[in-house]
Design a protein around this ligand. Structure first.
Ligand code: AP5
Length: 220
């Protein structure tokens, strides 16, 4: 299988995590979700978690220096050597520049940036209904992807929880932060000829098919 090194770019709730997990399985790539790494660190009460938790709770971005270090360490691991899917990184122009530098040093490069676009009203509905398994991290949605038994993970029987930053006031802050700091990356990557745009409205399978079509030449 050919190497696949891509970024999934999109607003909160665009479905980046959902699609990254599907791509990870299909293309034997590592999924690097900065949000998941940070949330695990918060749960473990590690120094990284303690430093990041206030930013996450407010819906603000964790400082670039922390994030860049974390991604550099992760990409050096064996399972990311050939293929990776970056989910939630980069989120600022400065992070994108650091990514370019870090890949250059590793003798690697990005193949493509998939920009998943979803209007704000759809995002709010997706985030407000999102539930995650405390135990295995599986993703659900109260209306679009419910579990068979309320509050219980279908995969492992773990308890479901709502993310702290999925409350209404934090969602609106995260959307503002996305528009101000992350949306400029769309043009940044368009200018570099790496951008592939995907309509993120529709069911999970329809979007998975669009993502695979958008990858086109990279996966054939
Ligand atoms: P992070 O965890 O990255 O959050 P996010 O980017 O806001 O994205 P989400 O995880 O909310 O959404 P998603 O696009 O992955 O959607 P999902 O697939 O879950 O970051 C959290 C925080 O960490 C940030 O606010 C920041 O503080 C910090 N952070 C992280 N990275 C950082 C960085 N690089 N720099 C600085 N700070 C950083 O789907 C959402 C819901 O919709 C789910 O319930 C799912 O089941 C459902 N769903 C998905 N697709 C569909 C569909 N097609 N139809 C219906 N429902 C769907």
């Amino acid at each position: 299988m050919a190497a696949l090194r891509v970024v999934l770019l999109g607003p909160p709730g665009a479905g980046k995590g959902t699609q990254a997990k599907l791509l990870q399985e299909k293309f034997e790539a590592c999924q690097v979700s900065t949000g998941d790494i940070l949330r695990n660190a918060v749960a473990d009460q590690s120094p990284l978690g303690k430093e990041s938790s206030e930013y996450i709770k407010r819906g603000a971005l964790v400082p670039d220096s922390i994030i860049v270090k974390l991604v550099t360490q992760r990409l050096k691991q064996e399972d990311c050597a050939k293929s990776f899917i970056l989910d939630g990184f980069p989120r600022t122009i400065s992070q994108a520049q650091s990514l370019e530098d870090m890949l250059k040093k590793m003798g690697s490069e990005l193949h493509s940036v998939l920009s998943v676009q979803v209007p704000h009203d759809v995002i709010v509905a997706r985030l407000a209904g999102r539930r995650t398994c405390k135990n295995c991290g599986a993703l659900y949605h109260l209306s679009f992807d419910p579990t068979s038994q309320e509050g219980v993970c279908d995969r492992c029987g773990g308890e479901l929880r709502q993310r702290d930053d999925d409350r209404e006031e934090t969602i609106s802050e995260r959307l503002k932060v996305y528009d101000a700091q992350t949306a400029p990356l769309i043009n940044y990557y368009r200018q570099r000829g790496l951008l592939r745009e995907i309509d993120g409205v529709g069911n999970v399978e329809a979007i998975r098919d669009r993502v695979i079509r958008a990858l086109g030449d990279l996966v054939t």
